[in-house]
Design a protein around this ligand. Structure first.
Ligand code: MG
Ligand code: ZN
Length: 608
């Protein structure tokens, strides 16, 4: 009863914490609504439809009136006979209305008049009258830019016609002000910024004040002649510019509409442990080896966690650093099965293979080999225990998807301890008959059984963002103590699995929260190494995931903007950090399959 109450209290507090942190995050984010304007739209390969399909809210329609026809073009010399205003814009727009595409979306047609104002507008109104569904649609606004009539004449035009105002001079006549739908100014009048790096503090102030003045008209605002880049789009969004000008509708829309999801204000931290370095790089015998694998934890993933954690992690205290190449036997880009197998067996194999070579022959993995030399071993993961990474250290199956085959291999395995997710994978079987499965992770450390296990979930384990808490660090601490109590040398693999899952989802928040959580397990390992003096700690990754990059961020509020080149793994090298006796052996650049041999070498174990 008491425990249940405590659990409820804990769940309640976690919910409160999540709610509060989400509130804080929401407050920090700029919630200003931006819209994107397709500048010089007729220049697109497919005018109108490209902008429309990408959800843009404003399309520039350059028009030129000649021979009683309104053409969609920048100038008389570029006229293409069939490219009339009607063919290129009004007919397609009519089509979207009749087919109810992009329903109830606001759309501004910013008609940029390149020929004489009065005659062109007269003809334009004549043409528009043929499209009552457009001019009567409350969601469509028609705004005249470029060559415009005199401002006092604006009131003479129909209600559905509004104008672009390119000045900040006051308008006292309310009727005229009412005909203004947009304020546009030339960005180059205020700064020479080219969209790379930052606006200078002085220019930022100037530009901000212009936007503020423009907004005092209570009209949407746009800069033209503005830089057109990711950096610039982000700045303009943050400055609250209503219409962001672009010649790249698809890129700008993709970038801006994913920005909130790609930005993370970190609210978790790993308490950095400073190692004693007493045993580091010493040529003394090694008793235990802890191998920590951050799945998908490439250099940028690590960097993002480091910067979000205030500039350092326990990981970044370590001094012996190398890089490994991750290519599998049959592919430039490895999966976690082939990479896990390479780390666990010293042999490159095909993607999807668990503990088998490229010809389907079983390989001896490190837990089996060390067992012959008197070592105990264990696997800890934030994945299902049958996941490709942990199973490479105890199973032998042709395909990583053979979950029941992998689960059955645990019966024959040399593992003394496992902690991971997916108890369902072992249901209705005797796979675990030689393990004592404990319900409480904190009872593992002092348990005297030969073989123990603990499941952190029935199916997929929770992520940190979804409330997993400090499970991985607890697992590491308890697992290490359990093995230590056996007075026998051991090998322990600890996986931070979900850095990879969130890479696949292109989630900056997930990558960083899991990366920082992984560091807490690293901290337990390094502390254990200092306590014992004869433990080697190796931290690496199986591969990089998502082609992660961090173009921008803010150290003060722990903000990182992530960007991604893929939803899959990449072929880039990943770091290796080592600590403890002989850690210097792990420096340099080598293949993932070489790590195994290096571990055996420093353990002074010869293979035949
Ligand atoms: Mg994995
Ligand atoms: Zn993956």
């Amino acid at each position: 009863m008491f425990i249940q109450t405590m659990m409820k209290l804990e769940t309640f507090l976690v919910c409160i914490f999540i709610a509060v942190s989400q509130l804080v995050t929401a407050q920090k984010e700029n919630t200003a609504q931006f819209q994107i304007h397709s500048h010089n739209d007729y220049h697109q390969n497919v005018p109108f439809w490209t902008a429309y399909a990408n959800g843009l809210h404003s399309i520039e329609v350059d028009i030129f009136f000649k021979n009683d026809v309104i053409y969609a073009t920048h100038g008389e010399g570029e006229i293409i006979e069939a490219r009339t205003l009607e063919n290129l814009y009004l007919q397609p727009l009519k089509k979207t209305i009749s087919l109810q595409m992009g329903n109830s979306r606001k759309l501004q047609l910013l008609i940029d008049v390149k020929s004489e104002a009065y005659s062109t507008l007269k003809k334009l109104i004549y043409v528009l009258k043929k499209y009552p569904e457009i001019i009567n649609d409350k969601n469509i606004s028609i705004v005249i830019s470029g060559n415009r009539p005199k401002i006092n004449d604006y009131v003479n035009y129909p209600d559905y016609i509004h104008f672009d105002y390119q000045s900040l001079a006051e308008i006292s006549d309310a009727k005229i002000l009412n005909k203004i739908a947009l304020i546009s100014l030339n960005f180059k009048n205020f700064t020479v910024w080219n969209g790379k790096g930052r606006l200078t503090a002085k220019d930022l102030k100037k530009v901000s004040s212009i936007i503020k003045q423009a907004h005092s008209f209570k009209k949407p605002f746009r800069f033209w002649g503005a830089p057109d880049s990711k950096t610039a789009w982000k700045v303009f969004k943050e400055l609250g510019i209503d219409f962001i000008n672009t010649d790249m509708p698809h890129k700008a829309s993709t970038y801006l509409n994913t920005l909130d999801d790609r930005i993370y204000y970190s609210n978790t931290s790993s308490k950095v442990y400073t190692p004693t370095f007493e045993s580091d790089k010493k040529n003394i015998p090694i008793r235990n080896v802890i191998l920590l694998i951050g799945d998908g934890n490439g250099l940028t993933q690590i960097t993002s966690s480091v910067l979000a954690n205030g500039g350092e992690l326990t990981l970044t205290q370590l001094k012996s650093i190398g890089l490994i190449k991750t290519q599998s036997a049959d592919d430039f880009t490895t999966d976690s099965a082939a990479a896990g197998t390479a780390l666990a067996t010293g042999s490159k194999t095909n993607n999807r293979a668990i503990g088998l070579d490229a010809f389907d022959k079983p390989l001896t993995n490190i837990t089996e080999l060390l067992f012959e030399h008197g070592f105990l071993s264990g696997c800890i993961t934030t994945d299902r225990l049958t996941g490709a990474t942990p199973s490479s250290f105890y199973a032998h199956q042709k395909d990583r998807s053979n979950i029941s085959g992998i689960a059955s291999d645990i019966l024959k395995s040399k593992l003394s301890i496992f902690i991971g997710g997916g108890s369902k994978d072992f249901e209705n079987s005797n796979f675990l008959e030689n393990f004592v499965v404990l319900d409480d992770i904190n009872l593992i450390a002092q348990n005297k059984s030969d073989k123990v296990g603990h499941f952190i979930s029935e199916t997929d384990p929770l992520s940190v963002l979804k409330g997993r808490g400090d499970k991985l660090a607890q697992a590491a601490k308890n697992g290490l103590q359990f093995l230590h109590n056996k007075n026998t040398p051991f090998f322990l693999m600890i996986e931070g699995a979900q850095i990879d899952s969130y890479g696949h989802l292109n989630s900056t928040a997930g990558i960083i929260s899991e990366g920082i959580d992984f560091d807490k397990a690293i901290t337990e390992a390094v502390k254990f190494a200092d306590k014992t003096g004869n433990t080697l700690v190796i931290v690496t990754a199986d591969h990089e995931t998502s082609g992660f990059s961090i173009p921008q961020g803010n150290l003060e509020n722990h903000m990182i903007e992530g960007d991604f080149t893929t939803h899959d793994h990449t072929g880039t090298m990943v770091p290796v950090f080592a600590y403890g006796p002989h850690s210097q052996e792990f420096q340099g650049v080598y293949e993932n399959s070489d790590l195994f041999g290096k571990i055996l070498k420093v353990l002074q174990i010869k293979t035949h």
